[in-house]
Design a protein around this ligand. Structure first.
Ligand SMILES: Cc1cc2nc3c(=O)[nH]c(=O)nc-3n(C[C@H](O)[C@H](O)[C@H](O)COP(=O)(O)OP(=O)(O)OC[C@H]3O[C@@H](n4cnc5c(N)ncnc54)[C@H](O)[C@@H]3O)c2cc1C
Length: 459
């Protein structure tokens, strides 16, 4: 069988790629090792509860994600206003992150010294180290208490990672550019907000979203548009081989060996899967491309009686700074953000453990993890065990790639490998951002690039 493009991996990146390429008239096949499409995105529905195994919320942060919904003819569900309230844990209490100048001055989360220091942030000199860590840039510009009680929990919430280890220009490129381009986070944000925007730019917002029935709705819409016949699930032992200027992709499906041919192959798999998939890449290049730490994450979906949650906790959720020495990284309240996530009188929680902070928790038994969750919910939110009506544990060994200093070498090597092997694209969240909107933007950009290159080739 011959295809214009073979996409490997049917997570959000691979499916978005296939969809955008099909829209441009390409004949595409997606090969996925699991028996379902969606990758990290996986929504469960049970006894009136809707809960996620992977991501719970995204941000409509670029036009590409907004346009994907338009093209799929479905609507994102934007989070309730309650989601604007975000809690941070300090000294056995939860505090809302400040939302204005008065709450900023009053909050006990940050020291008075740092509150004063922030007024002088626009006058702090630009950093000169391109590999400066997130913790270092934040401490230099806004103060250590902001690192401890805003940046640290924020990075834990996004990357399940450590701000001391993440490199700002790769992990938070927008923040890095604010300093480099405008010389200030505060001044830069203000100037950026006043820059003229075209109609397309305006599609990017800060709105938090999910799908109608969780992210499963987005995956379902993608699968339906792409066509189930164009997605091969359960494709095992996939190997890509170069045969003159084409790629031969072999795999086993139901114990029958299959072979597809194409001039274009796009991988959207994680770094851990690349060596087996692309055996023709030199060991040195492969080592550089896959030199990547992953945060292991345990996500626990919990259903509780609504009356057991004090109204003061009604919010997007709460994050726990490392300094507080707790076992949990944070808790989200999806049913306070999105409708129909729990039956009347109940609520859903998504609880995160592990990450780079507590990797040892990943290997604990379900029994021990359950005990930790019960204890922590009681201690942190006064939710008694008797109010917990269900609890599901999901382990993600390769949950979130950490964009550390090795990212520069990884990106350069990917560029070299793509140049050495024309028609091969290395996509996925090993580059270009880990967020949902980042995944869709990468897919859109690669589809554009591939179609443009093909057109130039034939001129
Ligand atoms: C627990 C968790 C919570 C998250 N929460 C959020 C959040 O709230 N907001 C947010 O924006 N982002 C979140 N993320 C990040 C975001 O979900 C991911 O970056 C994104 O979904 C990754 O999509 P992907 O398609 O690149 O990779 P994946 O979803 O990992 O898809 C890759 C696919 O490739 C397949 N595959 C792997 N190896 C092979 C092989 N050899 N052959 C064939 N197929 C293969 C896999 O089975 C998988 O289906 C979260 C991630 C995790 C794990």
């Amino acid at each position: 069988m011959e295809y214009d493009v073979i996409v490997i991996g049917a997570g959000l990146t691979g499916l978005s790629l296939a969809f955008f390429l099909q829209q441009k008239g390409k004949k595409v096949i997606v090969l996925e090792k699991m028996n379902r499409a969606g990758g990290a995105m996986h929504t469960h529905s049970e006894n009136g509860f809707i809960y996620e195994e992977g991501p719970n919320t995204g941000v409509l942060g670029n036009p590409e994600i907004a346009e994907l919904f338009e093209m799929l003819e479905i609507k994102p569900v934007v989070a309730d206003k309650k989601a604007e309230k975000r809690l941070i844990y300090k000294n056995k209490n939860w505090y809302a992150l400040p939302s204005g100048p008065v709450s900023f001055l009053k909050t006990p989360l940050f020291t008075l010294k740092d509150k004063i220091k922030i007024a002088f942030e626009p006058f702090v000199k630009r950093g000169t180290d391109p590999d400066e860590s997130v913790a270092s840039i934040a401490s230099r510009r806004i103060g250590q208490s902001f690192v401890d009680y805003a940046v640290n929990p924020f990075i834990s919430g996004i990357y399940a990672g450590d701000p001391e280890k993440l490199t700002t220009r790769y992990a938070l490129p927008k923040l890095y550019k604010l300093e480099q381009k405008y010389g200030s986070f505060i001044g830069g944000s203000f100037k950026k907000s006043r820059e003229p925007k075209n109609a397309r730019d305006k599609k990017a917002t800060k709105e938090v979203f999910s799908g109608a029935v969780g992210f499963g709705s987005l995956i379902e819409a993608l699968v339906n548009k792409i066509g189930k016949e164009n997605i091969v699930c359960g494709a095992l032992d996939i190997k890509v081989k170069k045969v003159s200027d084409r790629f031969e992709v072999t795999f086993n499906k139901d114990q029958i060996k299959q072979q597809y041919l194409s001039y274009k192959v796009i991988s959207s798999v994680g770094a851990n899967a690349l060596p087996d998939l692309l055996p023709f890449i030199s060991p040195l290049d492969m080592k550089k491309m896959t030199n990547l730490t992953y945060a292991k994450v345990v996500q626990v979906a919990v259903g509780v009686e609504r009356k057991a949650i004090n109204d003061k906790y009604v919010s997007f959720g709460g994050l726990i700074p490392q300094k507080e020495n707790r076992q949990l990284l944070g808790v989200l309240f999806p049913s306070f953000c999105f409708p129909d996530r729990a039956p009347q009188g109940y609520a859903t929680l998504a609880i995160y453990l592990g990450g780079t902070r507590h990797p040892e928790l990943f290997d604990l038994s379900d029994e021990k993890l359950t005990a930790i969750v019960h204890e922590e919910l009681k201690d942190l939110f006064k939710i008694p065990s008797s109010a917990i009506c269900f609890l599901k544990i999901f382990r993600h060994r390769y949950a979130i790639p950490q964009y550390e200093v090795s990212t520069g070498e990884r990106l350069a090597t990917i560029a070299k490998v793509e140049k050495d092997h024309d028609g091969l694209y290395i996509a996925g969240n090993i580059r270009n951002g880990i967020g949902i909107a980042d995944r869709v933007k990468q897919a859109y950009d690669i589809a554009e690039q591939l179609v443009w290159k093909t057109a130039v080739h034939y001129v």
